[in-house]
Design a protein around this ligand. Structure first.
Ligand SMILES: *Cc1c(COP(=O)(O)O)cnc(C)c1O
Length: 395
Protein backbone atom coordinates (compact mmCIF):
# COMPACT_ATOMS: atom_id res chain seq x y z
CA UNK A 1 0.00 0.00 0.00
CA UNK A 2 1.13 3.56 -0.74
CA UNK A 3 2.38 5.47 2.27
CA UNK A 4 -0.66 6.63 4.21
CA UNK A 5 -1.39 10.27 4.87
CA UNK A 6 -0.95 11.65 8.37
CA UNK A 7 -4.72 11.99 8.74
CA UNK A 8 -5.21 8.27 8.06
CA UNK A 9 -2.31 7.19 10.28
CA UNK A 10 -3.78 9.23 13.12
CA UNK A 11 -7.03 7.27 12.78
CA UNK A 12 -5.16 3.95 12.92
CA UNK A 13 -2.73 4.06 15.86
CA UNK A 14 -0.91 0.86 16.77
CA UNK A 15 -2.75 -1.57 19.04
CA UNK A 16 -0.41 -2.92 21.70
CA UNK A 17 -1.09 -6.32 23.19
CA UNK A 18 1.08 -7.05 26.21
CA UNK A 19 4.04 -9.34 25.60
CA UNK A 20 6.38 -10.85 28.19
CA UNK A 21 4.46 -10.39 31.43
CA UNK A 22 0.72 -10.84 31.43
CA UNK A 23 -1.60 -8.27 33.01
CA UNK A 24 -2.87 -9.18 36.48
CA UNK A 25 -6.20 -7.48 35.89
CA UNK A 26 -8.38 -7.42 32.80
CA UNK A 27 -7.68 -4.03 31.19
CA UNK A 28 -10.50 -1.56 30.65
CA UNK A 29 -11.49 -2.28 27.07
CA UNK A 30 -13.19 0.98 26.15
CA UNK A 31 -13.28 0.07 22.48
CA UNK A 32 -16.67 -1.40 21.79
CA UNK A 33 -15.71 -2.81 18.38
CA UNK A 34 -13.63 -5.90 17.65
CA UNK A 35 -12.25 -6.42 14.14
CA UNK A 36 -12.01 -9.79 12.39
CA UNK A 37 -9.60 -11.18 9.81
CA UNK A 38 -12.24 -13.21 8.03
CA UNK A 39 -15.82 -12.44 7.17
CA UNK A 40 -17.07 -15.92 8.01
CA UNK A 41 -15.88 -15.61 11.60
CA UNK A 42 -17.63 -12.26 12.01
CA UNK A 43 -20.80 -13.65 10.43
CA UNK A 44 -20.64 -16.63 12.80
CA UNK A 45 -20.14 -14.38 15.83
CA UNK A 46 -23.16 -12.34 14.74
CA UNK A 47 -25.35 -15.37 14.04
CA UNK A 48 -24.59 -17.15 17.31
CA UNK A 49 -23.81 -14.35 19.71
CA UNK A 50 -22.26 -15.48 22.97
CA UNK A 51 -21.10 -13.42 25.89
CA UNK A 52 -17.81 -15.20 26.11
CA UNK A 53 -16.40 -15.69 22.61
CA UNK A 54 -16.62 -13.77 19.40
CA UNK A 55 -16.64 -10.23 20.76
CA UNK A 56 -17.79 -7.89 18.00
CA UNK A 57 -19.92 -5.11 19.53
CA UNK A 58 -19.93 -3.81 23.10
CA UNK A 59 -23.60 -4.32 23.87
CA UNK A 60 -23.18 -8.03 23.13
CA UNK A 61 -20.03 -8.53 25.12
CA UNK A 62 -16.87 -6.89 26.39
CA UNK A 63 -13.96 -8.64 28.14
CA UNK A 64 -13.85 -6.13 31.02
CA UNK A 65 -17.58 -6.46 31.64
CA UNK A 66 -17.32 -10.22 31.21
CA UNK A 67 -14.69 -10.40 33.96
CA UNK A 68 -17.10 -8.83 36.44
CA UNK A 69 -19.99 -11.03 35.33
CA UNK A 70 -18.04 -14.23 35.81
CA UNK A 71 -16.47 -13.16 39.11
CA UNK A 72 -19.83 -12.25 40.65
CA UNK A 73 -21.57 -15.38 39.30
CA UNK A 74 -18.85 -17.41 40.98
CA UNK A 75 -19.36 -15.71 44.36
CA UNK A 76 -23.14 -16.19 44.13
CA UNK A 77 -22.79 -19.82 43.07
CA UNK A 78 -24.68 -19.24 39.79
CA UNK A 79 -24.17 -20.63 36.30
CA UNK A 80 -23.40 -17.23 34.84
CA UNK A 81 -23.86 -13.50 35.32
CA UNK A 82 -24.99 -10.39 33.49
CA UNK A 83 -23.84 -6.86 34.21
CA UNK A 84 -26.26 -3.98 33.75
CA UNK A 85 -26.07 -0.20 33.73
CA UNK A 86 -27.71 0.07 37.17
CA UNK A 87 -29.52 -2.02 39.74
CA UNK A 88 -32.84 -0.85 38.31
CA UNK A 89 -31.70 -1.93 34.82
CA UNK A 90 -31.02 -5.40 36.24
CA UNK A 91 -34.47 -5.57 37.84
CA UNK A 92 -36.31 -4.14 34.81
CA UNK A 93 -34.49 -6.53 32.47
CA UNK A 94 -35.37 -9.55 34.60
CA UNK A 95 -39.05 -8.54 34.84
CA UNK A 96 -39.26 -7.92 31.08
CA UNK A 97 -37.53 -11.20 30.30
CA UNK A 98 -39.65 -13.37 32.57
CA UNK A 99 -43.13 -11.79 32.48
CA UNK A 100 -45.87 -10.89 30.03
CA UNK A 101 -49.19 -9.06 30.21
CA UNK A 102 -51.68 -10.84 32.46
CA UNK A 103 -49.01 -12.61 34.50
CA UNK A 104 -49.21 -12.46 38.26
CA UNK A 105 -46.31 -11.54 40.55
CA UNK A 106 -46.12 -12.08 44.30
CA UNK A 107 -43.78 -9.51 45.83
CA UNK A 108 -42.66 -8.62 49.32
CA UNK A 109 -44.39 -5.46 50.56
CA UNK A 110 -41.28 -3.79 51.92
CA UNK A 111 -39.31 -3.38 48.68
CA UNK A 112 -36.70 -0.94 47.44
CA UNK A 113 -38.63 2.19 46.36
CA UNK A 114 -37.60 1.97 42.69
CA UNK A 115 -38.61 -1.69 42.47
CA UNK A 116 -41.94 -0.92 44.12
CA UNK A 117 -42.55 1.91 41.63
CA UNK A 118 -41.56 -0.29 38.67
CA UNK A 119 -43.84 -3.16 39.69
CA UNK A 120 -46.75 -0.78 40.23
CA UNK A 121 -46.11 0.91 36.88
CA UNK A 122 -46.16 -2.49 35.18
CA UNK A 123 -49.41 -3.25 37.00
CA UNK A 124 -51.04 0.10 36.12
CA UNK A 125 -49.97 0.41 32.49
CA UNK A 126 -48.93 -3.03 31.22
CA UNK A 127 -51.47 -5.36 32.76
CA UNK A 128 -49.33 -7.14 35.31
CA UNK A 129 -51.20 -8.55 38.32
CA UNK A 130 -49.55 -7.94 41.66
CA UNK A 131 -49.98 -9.24 45.21
CA UNK A 132 -47.83 -8.13 48.14
CA UNK A 133 -46.88 -10.47 50.97
CA UNK A 134 -45.03 -9.87 54.23
CA UNK A 135 -41.89 -11.83 53.45
CA UNK A 136 -42.15 -13.82 56.65
CA UNK A 137 -45.02 -16.23 56.23
CA UNK A 138 -44.88 -18.97 53.56
CA UNK A 139 -48.62 -19.55 53.98
CA UNK A 140 -49.23 -16.02 52.67
CA UNK A 141 -47.36 -16.96 49.51
CA UNK A 142 -49.32 -20.18 49.17
CA UNK A 143 -52.60 -18.29 49.57
CA UNK A 144 -51.56 -15.72 46.95
CA UNK A 145 -50.70 -18.28 44.25
CA UNK A 146 -52.82 -18.15 41.07
CA UNK A 147 -52.70 -20.13 37.83
CA UNK A 148 -50.88 -17.23 36.13
CA UNK A 149 -48.37 -16.61 38.97
CA UNK A 150 -45.00 -16.37 37.23
CA UNK A 151 -42.71 -14.86 39.85
CA UNK A 152 -42.04 -14.53 43.56
CA UNK A 153 -39.95 -11.41 44.14
CA UNK A 154 -38.07 -10.97 47.44
CA UNK A 155 -35.19 -9.04 49.02
CA UNK A 156 -32.74 -10.79 51.35
CA UNK A 157 -32.60 -7.83 53.73
CA UNK A 158 -34.98 -4.94 53.14
CA UNK A 159 -34.18 -1.28 53.25
CA UNK A 160 -34.63 0.62 55.57
CA UNK A 161 -36.15 -1.53 58.34
CA UNK A 162 -33.92 -4.56 57.67
CA UNK A 163 -36.64 -7.19 57.43
CA UNK A 164 -35.01 -10.54 56.67
CA UNK A 165 -37.09 -12.65 54.29
CA UNK A 166 -37.36 -16.32 55.17
CA UNK A 167 -35.93 -17.28 51.76
CA UNK A 168 -35.84 -21.07 52.17
CA UNK A 169 -39.44 -21.32 53.39
CA UNK A 170 -40.88 -18.84 50.87
CA UNK A 171 -38.90 -20.20 47.94
CA UNK A 172 -39.98 -23.75 48.76
CA UNK A 173 -43.66 -22.82 48.35
CA UNK A 174 -42.98 -21.10 45.02
CA UNK A 175 -40.82 -23.92 43.69
CA UNK A 176 -43.45 -26.49 44.58
CA UNK A 177 -45.86 -24.49 42.40
CA UNK A 178 -43.28 -24.12 39.60
CA UNK A 179 -43.00 -20.36 40.19
CA UNK A 180 -39.53 -18.81 39.65
CA UNK A 181 -38.02 -16.94 42.60
CA UNK A 182 -36.12 -13.69 42.08
CA UNK A 183 -34.14 -12.24 45.01
CA UNK A 184 -32.56 -8.81 45.32
CA UNK A 185 -29.39 -9.59 47.28
CA UNK A 186 -27.99 -6.04 47.29
CA UNK A 187 -27.98 -5.57 51.06
CA UNK A 188 -26.67 -8.99 52.06
CA UNK A 189 -24.14 -9.43 49.23
CA UNK A 190 -22.85 -12.95 48.50
CA UNK A 191 -20.57 -12.55 51.53
CA UNK A 192 -23.52 -12.89 53.92
CA UNK A 193 -26.03 -14.85 51.84
CA UNK A 194 -26.19 -16.75 48.56
CA UNK A 195 -29.92 -16.91 47.71
CA UNK A 196 -29.39 -19.53 44.97
CA UNK A 197 -28.41 -21.93 47.78
CA UNK A 198 -31.80 -21.30 49.37
CA UNK A 199 -33.99 -21.99 46.37
CA UNK A 200 -33.84 -18.73 44.38
CA UNK A 201 -33.61 -18.97 40.58
CA UNK A 202 -32.35 -15.47 39.85
CA UNK A 203 -30.37 -13.02 41.98
CA UNK A 204 -30.30 -9.31 41.18
CA UNK A 205 -27.93 -6.67 42.55
CA UNK A 206 -27.45 -2.99 42.66
CA UNK A 207 -23.67 -3.17 42.31
CA UNK A 208 -23.75 0.58 42.93
CA UNK A 209 -23.79 -0.35 46.61
CA UNK A 210 -21.53 -2.86 48.39
CA UNK A 211 -20.13 -4.58 45.30
CA UNK A 212 -18.42 -1.56 43.73
CA UNK A 213 -18.29 -0.36 47.32
CA UNK A 214 -16.75 3.12 47.12
CA UNK A 215 -19.68 5.29 45.97
CA UNK A 216 -18.05 5.84 42.59
CA UNK A 217 -19.97 3.65 40.13
CA UNK A 218 -23.57 2.99 39.11
CA UNK A 219 -24.00 -0.65 38.12
CA UNK A 220 -26.22 -3.68 38.42
CA UNK A 221 -26.03 -7.41 37.92
CA UNK A 222 -28.09 -10.55 37.44
CA UNK A 223 -26.94 -14.06 38.37
CA UNK A 224 -28.96 -17.14 37.36
CA UNK A 225 -28.94 -20.73 38.50
CA UNK A 226 -30.05 -22.09 35.14
CA UNK A 227 -28.30 -21.48 31.78
CA UNK A 228 -31.60 -21.27 29.86
CA UNK A 229 -32.97 -18.59 32.16
CA UNK A 230 -29.64 -16.79 31.91
CA UNK A 231 -29.83 -16.90 28.13
CA UNK A 232 -33.37 -15.53 28.09
CA UNK A 233 -32.41 -12.62 30.34
CA UNK A 234 -29.30 -11.95 28.26
CA UNK A 235 -31.42 -11.80 25.10
CA UNK A 236 -33.67 -9.29 26.84
CA UNK A 237 -30.67 -7.23 27.89
CA UNK A 238 -29.47 -7.17 24.27
CA UNK A 239 -32.73 -5.76 22.97
CA UNK A 240 -33.62 -3.47 25.85
CA UNK A 241 -30.05 -2.21 26.10
CA UNK A 242 -29.28 -1.87 29.80
CA UNK A 243 -25.62 -2.72 29.24
CA UNK A 244 -22.90 -1.79 31.76
CA UNK A 245 -19.98 0.37 30.64
CA UNK A 246 -16.46 -1.09 30.94
CA UNK A 247 -15.11 1.47 33.43
CA UNK A 248 -17.89 0.79 35.91
CA UNK A 249 -17.49 -2.95 35.35
CA UNK A 250 -13.80 -2.62 36.16
CA UNK A 251 -14.62 -0.72 39.38
CA UNK A 252 -17.07 -3.50 40.32
CA UNK A 253 -14.47 -6.22 39.78
CA UNK A 254 -12.02 -4.23 41.86
CA UNK A 255 -14.68 -3.84 44.55
CA UNK A 256 -15.18 -7.60 44.72
CA UNK A 257 -11.57 -8.05 45.82
CA UNK A 258 -12.27 -6.32 49.15
CA UNK A 259 -15.98 -7.17 49.46
CA UNK A 260 -15.41 -9.66 52.29
CA UNK A 261 -13.32 -7.29 54.36
CA UNK A 262 -15.64 -4.36 53.86
CA UNK A 263 -18.90 -6.20 54.52
CA UNK A 264 -17.54 -7.88 57.63
CA UNK A 265 -16.20 -4.60 59.00
CA UNK A 266 -19.42 -2.78 58.12
CA UNK A 267 -21.41 -5.55 59.84
CA UNK A 268 -19.24 -5.34 62.98
CA UNK A 269 -19.57 -1.56 63.05
CA UNK A 270 -23.33 -1.71 62.53
CA UNK A 271 -23.79 -4.23 65.36
CA UNK A 272 -21.65 -2.09 67.66
CA UNK A 273 -23.71 1.03 66.88
CA UNK A 274 -27.03 -0.85 67.03
CA UNK A 275 -26.27 -2.06 70.58
CA UNK A 276 -25.29 1.40 71.78
CA UNK A 277 -28.21 3.12 70.07
CA UNK A 278 -30.65 0.63 71.62
CA UNK A 279 -29.60 1.87 75.09
CA UNK A 280 -29.91 5.57 74.29
CA UNK A 281 -32.95 7.40 75.76
CA UNK A 282 -33.56 9.44 72.56
CA UNK A 283 -34.01 6.23 70.58
CA UNK A 284 -37.39 4.53 70.53
CA UNK A 285 -36.41 1.52 68.48
CA UNK A 286 -33.44 0.11 66.55
CA UNK A 287 -33.98 -2.03 63.46
CA UNK A 288 -30.98 -4.31 63.04
CA UNK A 289 -31.10 -8.08 62.34
CA UNK A 290 -28.12 -8.65 64.66
CA UNK A 291 -30.10 -7.57 67.75
CA UNK A 292 -32.02 -10.23 69.69
CA UNK A 293 -34.97 -7.82 69.70
CA UNK A 294 -35.23 -7.89 65.88
CA UNK A 295 -38.36 -9.80 64.78
CA UNK A 296 -36.42 -11.97 62.30
CA UNK A 297 -33.27 -12.38 64.38
CA UNK A 298 -33.58 -16.17 64.32
CA UNK A 299 -34.08 -16.20 60.53
CA UNK A 300 -31.11 -13.86 60.13
CA UNK A 301 -28.92 -16.18 62.22
CA UNK A 302 -29.91 -19.11 60.04
CA UNK A 303 -29.57 -17.31 56.72
CA UNK A 304 -26.72 -14.83 57.11
CA UNK A 305 -23.18 -15.94 57.27
CA UNK A 306 -20.73 -14.11 59.54
CA UNK A 307 -22.51 -10.78 59.98
CA UNK A 308 -25.84 -8.97 59.72
CA UNK A 309 -24.99 -6.30 57.17
CA UNK A 310 -24.11 -2.63 57.22
CA UNK A 311 -27.59 -1.17 57.21
CA UNK A 312 -29.43 -0.14 60.35
CA UNK A 313 -32.34 2.16 61.12
CA UNK A 314 -33.60 3.89 64.22
CA UNK A 315 -36.94 5.40 65.17
CA UNK A 316 -36.23 8.46 67.28
CA UNK A 317 -38.45 9.30 70.24
CA UNK A 318 -38.97 12.82 68.84
CA UNK A 319 -40.32 11.70 65.42
CA UNK A 320 -39.75 13.63 62.19
CA UNK A 321 -38.34 16.83 63.75
CA UNK A 322 -35.87 14.85 65.89
CA UNK A 323 -34.82 12.94 62.79
CA UNK A 324 -34.11 16.15 60.91
CA UNK A 325 -32.14 17.78 63.75
CA UNK A 326 -30.21 14.58 64.38
CA UNK A 327 -29.24 14.02 60.73
CA UNK A 328 -28.20 17.65 60.30
CA UNK A 329 -26.12 17.60 63.52
CA UNK A 330 -23.89 14.75 62.45
CA UNK A 331 -20.40 15.82 61.40
CA UNK A 332 -18.41 12.73 60.43
CA UNK A 333 -21.48 10.86 59.20
CA UNK A 334 -22.61 12.28 55.86
CA UNK A 335 -26.18 13.19 55.02
CA UNK A 336 -26.53 11.33 51.71
CA UNK A 337 -28.71 8.74 50.03
CA UNK A 338 -27.51 5.30 48.97
CA UNK A 339 -25.47 2.75 50.88
CA UNK A 340 -22.62 0.30 50.63
CA UNK A 341 -19.75 2.80 50.53
CA UNK A 342 -16.77 3.12 52.84
CA UNK A 343 -18.12 6.27 54.53
CA UNK A 344 -21.02 6.09 56.98
CA UNK A 345 -24.11 7.87 55.67
CA UNK A 346 -27.44 8.86 57.18
CA UNK A 347 -30.77 9.61 55.52
CA UNK A 348 -34.51 10.01 56.07
CA UNK A 349 -36.33 7.39 53.95
CA UNK A 350 -39.86 8.84 54.15
CA UNK A 351 -38.78 11.98 52.27
CA UNK A 352 -36.25 10.42 49.88
CA UNK A 353 -35.89 6.77 48.81
CA UNK A 354 -39.46 5.82 49.72
CA UNK A 355 -41.29 9.00 48.74
CA UNK A 356 -43.19 6.96 46.07
CA UNK A 357 -45.03 5.13 48.86
CA UNK A 358 -48.22 6.57 50.31
CA UNK A 359 -48.90 6.50 54.07
CA UNK A 360 -50.39 2.99 53.99
CA UNK A 361 -47.56 1.56 51.92
CA UNK A 362 -45.03 3.28 54.20
CA UNK A 363 -46.69 1.72 57.22
CA UNK A 364 -46.75 -1.69 55.51
CA UNK A 365 -43.01 -1.31 54.87
CA UNK A 366 -42.51 -0.45 58.55
CA UNK A 367 -41.20 3.06 57.87
CA UNK A 368 -42.14 5.80 60.29
CA UNK A 369 -41.94 9.57 59.82
CA UNK A 370 -39.02 9.61 62.26
CA UNK A 371 -37.15 6.61 60.90
CA UNK A 372 -33.52 7.48 60.23
CA UNK A 373 -31.32 5.08 58.30
CA UNK A 374 -27.61 4.51 58.54
CA UNK A 375 -25.47 2.92 55.88
CA UNK A 376 -22.49 2.08 58.06
CA UNK A 377 -19.00 2.39 56.61
CA UNK A 378 -15.58 1.08 57.53
CA UNK A 379 -14.45 3.81 59.97
CA UNK A 380 -13.39 3.11 63.56
CA UNK A 381 -16.61 2.39 65.50
CA UNK A 382 -15.72 4.66 68.43
CA UNK A 383 -15.37 7.64 66.09
CA UNK A 384 -18.79 6.89 64.67
CA UNK A 385 -20.31 6.55 68.12
CA UNK A 386 -18.83 9.89 69.27
CA UNK A 387 -20.49 11.58 66.31
CA UNK A 388 -23.84 9.87 66.90
CA UNK A 389 -23.72 10.68 70.62
CA UNK A 390 -23.11 14.39 70.13
CA UNK A 391 -25.92 14.58 67.53
CA UNK A 392 -28.33 12.64 69.78
CA UNK A 393 -27.60 15.12 72.57
CA UNK A 394 -29.06 17.89 70.34
CA UNK A 395 -32.48 16.31 69.71
C1 LIG B 1 -30.14 0.91 45.21
C2 LIG B 1 -30.95 -0.30 45.12
C3 LIG B 1 -31.54 -0.69 43.91
C4 LIG B 1 -31.43 0.14 42.65
O1 LIG B 1 -30.11 0.19 42.20
P1 LIG B 1 -29.49 1.37 41.30
O2 LIG B 1 -28.10 0.90 41.08
O3 LIG B 1 -29.60 2.64 42.07
O4 LIG B 1 -30.31 1.40 40.06
C5 LIG B 1 -32.27 -1.86 43.90
N1 LIG B 1 -32.41 -2.61 45.00
C6 LIG B 1 -31.88 -2.27 46.17
C7 LIG B 1 -32.08 -3.14 47.37
C8 LIG B 1 -31.12 -1.10 46.29
O5 LIG B 1 -30.58 -0.76 47.47
Amino acid sequence: MKELHQQTRAAHPPIIRPTGGRPLTTPIYHGHLFAYEDGEALAAAFAEPAQESGYFYGRYGNPTVRTFERALADLEGGCDGLATGSGMAAIATVLMAMLRTGDHVIAQSSLYGGTYALLHDLADRWGLELTHVSGEDPEQVRAALRPRTRMLYLETITNPVTQVADLPALAAVARQAGVPVVVDNTLATPVLCRPLEHGADVVVHSATKYISGHSDAVAGAVVCADPQVHRRIWNQLLISGGTLDPTSAWLCTRGLATLHMRVRRQSENALFLARRLAEHPAVERVHYPGLESHPQHATARRLLDGGFGGLLSVDLVGGREAGRVFAESLRLVQLAVSLGGTKTMVMHPASTSHRELDADALAAAGIGAGTVRFAVGVEHPEDLWSDLEQALAKV
